[in-house]
Design a protein around this ligand. Structure first.
Ligand SMILES: [Zn+2]
Length: 413
Protein backbone atom coordinates (compact mmCIF):
# COMPACT_ATOMS: atom_id res chain seq x y z
CA UNK A 1 0.00 0.00 0.00
CA UNK A 2 1.18 3.48 -0.78
CA UNK A 3 -1.18 5.41 1.44
CA UNK A 4 1.09 8.41 1.98
CA UNK A 5 3.33 8.04 -1.06
CA UNK A 6 1.20 9.51 -3.85
CA UNK A 7 0.25 12.59 -1.83
CA UNK A 8 3.80 13.15 -0.70
CA UNK A 9 5.17 12.85 -4.24
CA UNK A 10 2.54 15.30 -5.51
CA UNK A 11 3.50 17.79 -2.77
CA UNK A 12 7.19 17.42 -3.56
CA UNK A 13 6.40 18.13 -7.23
CA UNK A 14 4.34 21.19 -6.30
CA UNK A 15 7.05 22.41 -3.89
CA UNK A 16 9.63 22.18 -6.69
CA UNK A 17 7.65 24.93 -8.44
CA UNK A 18 9.23 27.51 -6.11
CA UNK A 19 12.33 28.15 -8.17
CA UNK A 20 14.41 31.03 -9.50
CA UNK A 21 14.91 29.34 -12.86
CA UNK A 22 11.77 28.11 -14.66
CA UNK A 23 12.10 24.47 -15.66
CA UNK A 24 14.93 23.92 -13.17
CA UNK A 25 14.90 23.82 -9.38
CA UNK A 26 17.09 26.52 -7.85
CA UNK A 27 16.00 27.89 -4.48
CA UNK A 28 18.70 29.72 -2.60
CA UNK A 29 18.59 30.97 1.00
CA UNK A 30 16.56 34.15 1.66
CA UNK A 31 15.44 34.69 -1.95
CA UNK A 32 11.83 35.63 -2.84
CA UNK A 33 11.37 32.01 -4.01
CA UNK A 34 12.55 30.74 -0.63
CA UNK A 35 10.02 33.06 1.04
CA UNK A 36 7.20 31.87 -1.24
CA UNK A 37 8.14 28.26 -0.47
CA UNK A 38 8.16 29.06 3.26
CA UNK A 39 4.68 30.61 3.02
CA UNK A 40 3.37 27.56 1.14
CA UNK A 41 4.93 25.28 3.77
CA UNK A 42 3.41 27.24 6.66
CA UNK A 43 -0.02 26.96 5.04
CA UNK A 44 0.46 23.20 4.61
CA UNK A 45 1.50 22.91 8.27
CA UNK A 46 -1.63 24.79 9.29
CA UNK A 47 -3.76 22.26 7.42
CA UNK A 48 -1.88 19.48 9.24
CA UNK A 49 -2.94 20.80 12.64
CA UNK A 50 0.23 22.73 13.44
CA UNK A 51 0.78 26.32 14.41
CA UNK A 52 3.37 27.64 11.97
CA UNK A 53 5.80 30.53 12.16
CA UNK A 54 9.06 31.79 10.77
CA UNK A 55 11.88 31.97 13.32
CA UNK A 56 14.43 34.83 13.41
CA UNK A 57 16.96 32.83 11.29
CA UNK A 58 14.41 32.14 8.54
CA UNK A 59 13.49 28.60 9.58
CA UNK A 60 9.88 27.50 9.13
CA UNK A 61 8.68 26.02 12.44
CA UNK A 62 5.44 24.05 12.69
CA UNK A 63 4.35 22.93 16.15
CA UNK A 64 1.90 20.14 16.91
CA UNK A 65 1.01 20.25 20.57
CA UNK A 66 1.22 17.19 22.79
CA UNK A 67 -1.50 15.98 25.11
CA UNK A 68 -0.47 18.76 27.47
CA UNK A 69 0.16 22.13 25.78
CA UNK A 70 3.63 23.60 26.22
CA UNK A 71 5.27 20.21 26.70
CA UNK A 72 8.85 19.63 25.35
CA UNK A 73 9.10 18.84 21.63
CA UNK A 74 10.56 16.17 19.44
CA UNK A 75 12.24 18.12 16.60
CA UNK A 76 12.00 16.68 13.09
CA UNK A 77 13.45 18.61 10.19
CA UNK A 78 15.59 19.11 7.14
CA UNK A 79 16.24 21.93 4.68
CA UNK A 80 14.18 23.66 2.00
CA UNK A 81 17.01 25.45 0.20
CA UNK A 82 18.55 23.73 -2.81
CA UNK A 83 21.70 23.80 -4.90
CA UNK A 84 21.46 25.27 -8.43
CA UNK A 85 19.64 22.98 -10.84
CA UNK A 86 18.80 20.65 -7.96
CA UNK A 87 16.76 17.52 -7.51
CA UNK A 88 13.44 17.86 -5.70
CA UNK A 89 14.02 15.38 -2.83
CA UNK A 90 17.26 16.59 -1.19
CA UNK A 91 16.09 18.23 2.05
CA UNK A 92 12.50 18.75 0.92
CA UNK A 93 11.62 15.07 1.37
CA UNK A 94 12.55 15.20 5.05
CA UNK A 95 10.42 18.28 5.70
CA UNK A 96 7.35 17.18 3.75
CA UNK A 97 7.50 13.59 5.09
CA UNK A 98 7.45 15.03 8.62
CA UNK A 99 4.44 17.22 7.76
CA UNK A 100 2.68 14.15 6.31
CA UNK A 101 3.33 12.18 9.51
CA UNK A 102 1.92 14.96 11.68
CA UNK A 103 -1.07 15.38 9.36
CA UNK A 104 -1.89 11.70 9.96
CA UNK A 105 -1.67 12.13 13.76
CA UNK A 106 -3.93 15.16 13.47
CA UNK A 107 -6.41 13.34 11.22
CA UNK A 108 -6.71 10.58 13.80
CA UNK A 109 -6.80 12.97 16.73
CA UNK A 110 -3.70 11.39 18.23
CA UNK A 111 -1.83 13.41 20.82
CA UNK A 112 1.45 12.26 22.26
CA UNK A 113 3.01 12.96 25.64
CA UNK A 114 5.33 15.41 23.84
CA UNK A 115 4.94 18.07 21.17
CA UNK A 116 6.35 17.71 17.66
CA UNK A 117 8.08 20.57 15.89
CA UNK A 118 8.68 20.24 12.16
CA UNK A 119 11.56 22.43 11.01
CA UNK A 120 12.23 23.60 7.45
CA UNK A 121 15.73 25.05 7.57
CA UNK A 122 16.72 27.67 5.01
CA UNK A 123 20.41 27.16 4.53
CA UNK A 124 21.97 23.74 4.46
CA UNK A 125 23.58 23.87 1.03
CA UNK A 126 25.61 27.02 1.64
CA UNK A 127 25.28 28.10 -2.00
CA UNK A 128 24.36 31.78 -1.65
CA UNK A 129 26.59 32.78 1.28
CA UNK A 130 29.94 31.20 2.17
CA UNK A 131 28.50 29.60 5.33
CA UNK A 132 26.12 26.74 5.97
CA UNK A 133 23.66 25.30 8.55
CA UNK A 134 22.44 28.79 9.47
CA UNK A 135 18.95 27.68 10.54
CA UNK A 136 19.89 24.44 12.27
CA UNK A 137 22.78 26.05 14.15
CA UNK A 138 20.44 28.80 15.34
CA UNK A 139 17.93 26.25 16.71
CA UNK A 140 20.80 24.28 18.29
CA UNK A 141 22.10 27.48 19.93
CA UNK A 142 25.32 27.34 17.94
CA UNK A 143 24.90 30.18 15.49
CA UNK A 144 28.03 32.24 14.86
CA UNK A 145 27.07 35.87 14.26
CA UNK A 146 30.07 36.30 11.95
CA UNK A 147 27.89 34.62 9.29
CA UNK A 148 25.60 37.69 9.25
CA UNK A 149 28.41 39.80 7.81
CA UNK A 150 29.11 37.46 4.90
CA UNK A 151 27.99 38.60 1.44
CA UNK A 152 26.57 36.87 -1.60
CA UNK A 153 28.14 37.33 -5.04
CA UNK A 154 26.09 40.51 -5.59
CA UNK A 155 27.51 42.00 -2.40
CA UNK A 156 24.31 41.62 -0.35
CA UNK A 157 24.99 41.08 3.37
CA UNK A 158 23.29 38.09 4.96
CA UNK A 159 21.92 40.30 7.75
CA UNK A 160 20.18 42.55 5.19
CA UNK A 161 18.87 39.60 3.17
CA UNK A 162 17.52 38.01 6.37
CA UNK A 163 15.72 41.22 7.34
CA UNK A 164 14.17 41.54 3.86
CA UNK A 165 13.06 37.91 4.09
CA UNK A 166 11.18 38.55 7.34
CA UNK A 167 13.77 37.24 9.77
CA UNK A 168 15.49 39.21 12.52
CA UNK A 169 19.30 39.15 12.74
CA UNK A 170 19.21 40.80 16.16
CA UNK A 171 16.96 38.10 17.60
CA UNK A 172 18.70 34.96 16.30
CA UNK A 173 19.67 33.86 19.81
CA UNK A 174 15.93 33.51 20.52
CA UNK A 175 15.66 30.80 17.84
CA UNK A 176 17.60 28.43 20.14
CA UNK A 177 15.67 25.83 22.12
CA UNK A 178 16.27 26.28 25.82
CA UNK A 179 17.32 23.28 27.91
CA UNK A 180 14.27 21.08 28.45
CA UNK A 181 12.30 22.50 25.50
CA UNK A 182 13.48 19.86 22.99
CA UNK A 183 13.85 16.09 23.40
CA UNK A 184 15.76 15.01 20.29
CA UNK A 185 16.34 15.83 16.63
CA UNK A 186 15.36 13.47 13.80
CA UNK A 187 16.05 13.93 10.09
CA UNK A 188 14.76 11.93 7.13
CA UNK A 189 16.94 12.48 4.05
CA UNK A 190 17.68 10.78 0.75
CA UNK A 191 20.91 8.82 0.93
CA UNK A 192 22.58 10.73 -1.93
CA UNK A 193 24.72 7.64 -2.45
CA UNK A 194 24.39 4.16 -3.99
CA UNK A 195 24.58 1.85 -0.94
CA UNK A 196 20.87 1.28 -0.18
CA UNK A 197 20.05 0.63 -3.81
CA UNK A 198 22.91 -1.85 -4.06
CA UNK A 199 21.64 -3.61 -0.92
CA UNK A 200 18.07 -3.70 -2.26
CA UNK A 201 16.80 -1.74 0.75
CA UNK A 202 14.44 1.26 0.80
CA UNK A 203 15.83 2.79 4.01
CA UNK A 204 18.89 2.76 6.25
CA UNK A 205 19.89 3.91 9.71
CA UNK A 206 22.65 6.52 9.82
CA UNK A 207 25.51 5.79 12.23
CA UNK A 208 27.29 9.14 11.97
CA UNK A 209 27.81 12.06 9.68
CA UNK A 210 31.38 11.67 8.54
CA UNK A 211 34.05 14.04 9.68
CA UNK A 212 36.13 15.47 6.86
CA UNK A 213 39.64 16.83 6.44
CA UNK A 214 40.81 18.51 3.25
CA UNK A 215 44.31 19.35 2.15
CA UNK A 216 45.89 21.43 -0.58
CA UNK A 217 49.09 19.66 -1.68
CA UNK A 218 51.83 21.39 -3.66
CA UNK A 219 54.68 19.51 -5.32
CA UNK A 220 57.74 21.15 -6.77
CA UNK A 221 59.93 19.04 -9.04
CA UNK A 222 61.91 20.17 -12.06
CA UNK A 223 60.43 21.08 -15.43
CA UNK A 224 62.40 19.84 -18.40
CA UNK A 225 62.34 18.84 -22.04
CA UNK A 226 60.18 15.74 -22.55
CA UNK A 227 62.57 14.55 -25.23
CA UNK A 228 66.01 15.15 -23.80
CA UNK A 229 65.89 14.41 -20.03
CA UNK A 230 66.47 10.69 -19.35
CA UNK A 231 63.98 9.00 -17.03
CA UNK A 232 66.55 8.46 -14.25
CA UNK A 233 67.33 12.18 -14.07
CA UNK A 234 63.74 13.43 -13.88
CA UNK A 235 61.93 15.02 -10.93
CA UNK A 236 58.45 14.76 -12.41
CA UNK A 237 55.89 16.41 -10.11
CA UNK A 238 52.90 14.89 -11.93
CA UNK A 239 54.22 11.33 -11.76
CA UNK A 240 54.77 11.92 -8.02
CA UNK A 241 51.19 13.19 -7.67
CA UNK A 242 49.92 10.12 -9.52
CA UNK A 243 51.76 7.84 -7.11
CA UNK A 244 50.39 9.82 -4.15
CA UNK A 245 46.83 9.55 -5.49
CA UNK A 246 47.18 5.78 -5.62
CA UNK A 247 48.67 5.75 -2.11
CA UNK A 248 45.63 7.63 -0.76
CA UNK A 249 43.32 5.23 -2.57
CA UNK A 250 45.18 2.25 -1.14
CA UNK A 251 44.99 3.49 2.46
CA UNK A 252 41.23 4.13 2.20
CA UNK A 253 40.48 0.88 0.39
CA UNK A 254 42.33 -1.13 3.06
CA UNK A 255 40.07 0.23 5.81
CA UNK A 256 36.81 -1.41 6.85
CA UNK A 257 35.80 1.60 8.96
CA UNK A 258 33.93 3.57 6.29
CA UNK A 259 37.01 5.57 5.32
CA UNK A 260 37.01 7.36 1.94
CA UNK A 261 39.80 9.41 0.36
CA UNK A 262 39.58 11.41 -2.86
CA UNK A 263 41.95 13.46 -4.98
CA UNK A 264 39.35 15.63 -6.70
CA UNK A 265 41.29 18.39 -8.42
CA UNK A 266 44.74 18.46 -9.93
CA UNK A 267 46.67 21.05 -11.88
CA UNK A 268 50.04 20.48 -13.55
CA UNK A 269 52.38 23.24 -14.68
CA UNK A 270 53.54 24.30 -17.09
CA UNK A 271 51.02 21.95 -18.73
CA UNK A 272 52.47 21.38 -22.17
CA UNK A 273 52.65 18.16 -24.17
CA UNK A 274 56.44 18.27 -24.50
CA UNK A 275 57.40 19.47 -21.00
CA UNK A 276 58.00 17.39 -17.86
CA UNK A 277 55.63 18.83 -15.22
CA UNK A 278 57.66 20.87 -12.73
CA UNK A 279 54.86 21.85 -10.39
CA UNK A 280 51.58 20.22 -9.36
CA UNK A 281 48.83 21.33 -7.03
CA UNK A 282 46.15 18.85 -5.97
CA UNK A 283 43.44 18.44 -3.34
CA UNK A 284 42.90 15.56 -0.96
CA UNK A 285 39.58 14.96 0.85
CA UNK A 286 39.48 12.33 3.63
CA UNK A 287 36.26 11.34 5.45
CA UNK A 288 35.28 8.78 8.06
CA UNK A 289 32.50 8.22 10.61
CA UNK A 290 35.03 8.26 13.46
CA UNK A 291 37.51 11.04 14.13
CA UNK A 292 40.29 8.67 15.20
CA UNK A 293 39.96 6.67 11.98
CA UNK A 294 40.14 9.86 9.91
CA UNK A 295 43.12 11.25 11.84
CA UNK A 296 45.07 7.99 11.60
CA UNK A 297 44.31 7.76 7.87
CA UNK A 298 45.47 11.33 7.26
CA UNK A 299 48.70 10.59 9.10
CA UNK A 300 49.26 7.39 7.10
CA UNK A 301 48.54 9.06 3.76
CA UNK A 302 50.74 12.09 4.48
CA UNK A 303 53.49 9.70 5.64
CA UNK A 304 53.28 7.95 2.27
CA UNK A 305 53.34 11.32 0.50
CA UNK A 306 56.58 12.26 2.27
CA UNK A 307 58.24 8.95 1.39
CA UNK A 308 57.21 9.29 -2.26
CA UNK A 309 58.39 12.92 -2.41
CA UNK A 310 61.77 12.05 -0.87
CA UNK A 311 62.36 9.09 -3.15
CA UNK A 312 61.49 11.17 -6.22
CA UNK A 313 63.41 14.31 -5.19
CA UNK A 314 60.23 16.39 -5.21
CA UNK A 315 59.50 19.15 -2.71
CA UNK A 316 56.24 18.61 -0.79
CA UNK A 317 54.09 21.27 0.92
CA UNK A 318 50.78 20.33 2.57
CA UNK A 319 48.19 22.79 3.83
CA UNK A 320 45.05 21.76 5.78
CA UNK A 321 42.16 23.72 4.25
CA UNK A 322 39.21 22.20 6.13
CA UNK A 323 38.78 20.05 9.20
CA UNK A 324 35.37 19.09 10.62
CA UNK A 325 34.76 16.51 13.33
CA UNK A 326 32.41 13.59 12.77
CA UNK A 327 28.90 13.90 14.18
CA UNK A 328 27.94 10.53 15.62
CA UNK A 329 24.21 9.74 15.82
CA UNK A 330 23.03 8.92 19.34
CA UNK A 331 23.00 5.18 20.12
CA UNK A 332 19.55 5.46 21.72
CA UNK A 333 18.00 7.19 18.69
CA UNK A 334 19.71 4.72 16.35
CA UNK A 335 18.12 1.87 18.30
CA UNK A 336 14.67 3.48 18.07
CA UNK A 337 14.99 4.01 14.31
CA UNK A 338 16.29 0.47 13.87
CA UNK A 339 13.37 -0.96 15.85
CA UNK A 340 10.91 0.88 13.57
CA UNK A 341 12.71 -0.42 10.46
CA UNK A 342 12.45 -3.97 11.81
CA UNK A 343 8.76 -3.50 12.66
CA UNK A 344 8.27 -2.46 9.02
CA UNK A 345 9.54 -5.93 8.07
CA UNK A 346 12.84 -4.68 6.68
CA UNK A 347 16.44 -5.69 7.22
CA UNK A 348 18.02 -2.90 9.30
CA UNK A 349 21.16 -1.63 7.59
CA UNK A 350 23.34 0.94 9.33
CA UNK A 351 25.57 3.19 7.26
CA UNK A 352 27.50 6.43 7.69
CA UNK A 353 26.59 9.63 5.88
CA UNK A 354 29.32 10.82 3.56
CA UNK A 355 27.60 14.18 3.10
CA UNK A 356 26.89 16.85 5.70
CA UNK A 357 23.35 17.44 7.01
CA UNK A 358 21.41 19.75 9.35
CA UNK A 359 21.47 16.97 11.96
CA UNK A 360 25.20 17.72 12.43
CA UNK A 361 24.32 20.98 14.14
CA UNK A 362 22.61 19.05 16.96
CA UNK A 363 25.40 16.55 17.71
CA UNK A 364 26.43 17.07 21.31
CA UNK A 365 23.38 19.29 21.98
CA UNK A 366 20.45 16.87 21.63
CA UNK A 367 20.09 13.13 21.01
CA UNK A 368 20.15 13.02 17.20
CA UNK A 369 19.50 10.47 14.47
CA UNK A 370 18.80 10.13 10.77
CA UNK A 371 16.82 7.81 8.51
CA UNK A 372 18.16 7.51 4.97
CA UNK A 373 15.85 6.83 2.02
CA UNK A 374 17.07 5.13 -1.15
CA UNK A 375 17.47 7.30 -4.25
CA UNK A 376 17.89 5.98 -7.78
CA UNK A 377 21.50 5.42 -8.77
CA UNK A 378 22.63 7.34 -5.69
CA UNK A 379 22.25 10.46 -7.84
CA UNK A 380 21.78 13.78 -6.04
CA UNK A 381 22.42 17.50 -6.54
CA UNK A 382 21.11 16.80 -10.01
CA UNK A 383 17.65 17.12 -11.61
CA UNK A 384 17.81 13.35 -12.24
CA UNK A 385 17.48 12.76 -8.48
CA UNK A 386 14.56 10.35 -7.95
CA UNK A 387 12.81 8.18 -5.39
CA UNK A 388 9.88 5.79 -5.75
CA UNK A 389 6.36 6.41 -4.50
CA UNK A 390 6.67 3.22 -2.41
CA UNK A 391 9.82 4.48 -0.69
CA UNK A 392 8.19 7.88 -0.11
CA UNK A 393 5.29 6.07 1.55
CA UNK A 394 7.63 3.99 3.70
CA UNK A 395 9.53 7.05 4.87
CA UNK A 396 6.29 8.46 6.31
CA UNK A 397 5.16 5.10 7.73
CA UNK A 398 8.48 4.55 9.50
CA UNK A 399 8.67 8.12 10.75
CA UNK A 400 5.14 7.79 12.18
CA UNK A 401 6.14 4.55 13.86
CA UNK A 402 9.25 6.16 15.36
CA UNK A 403 7.10 9.02 16.68
CA UNK A 404 4.47 6.71 18.17
CA UNK A 405 7.14 4.61 19.92
CA UNK A 406 9.41 7.49 20.76
CA UNK A 407 11.02 7.15 24.14
CA UNK A 408 12.59 10.17 25.63
CA UNK A 409 15.97 9.52 27.16
CA UNK A 410 17.91 11.81 29.38
CA UNK A 411 19.26 14.23 26.80
CA UNK A 412 22.84 13.14 26.96
CA UNK A 413 23.74 13.04 23.27
ZN1 LIG B 1 20.36 17.81 1.85
Amino acid sequence: MTGFGADLMARLDAFAGFTEEPGLLTRLFLTPQHRAAADWLMELMGKAGMSARLDPAGTVVGRYEGSVPGTPALLIGSHIDTVRNAGRYDGNLGVLAAVAAVAELDRRGERLPFAIEVLGFGDEEGVRFPVTLTGSRAVAGRFDRVALETRDRDGVRMADALRAFGGDPEAIAEAARKPGEALAFLEVHIEQGPVLEAEGLPVGIVTAINGATRFAVRLRGMAGHAGTVPMALRRDALAAAAEMTLAAERVAAASDAGLVATVGRIEAKPGAVNVIPGEVVFTLDVRAPEDAVRRDACAAILGDFEAIATRRGVELAVETTHDAAAAPCSPGIRRQIEAAVIRAGLRPLSLPSGAGHDAMAFAGVLPMGMLFVRCAGGISHNPAESITVEDADLSVQILLDIIRHFEHETPTP
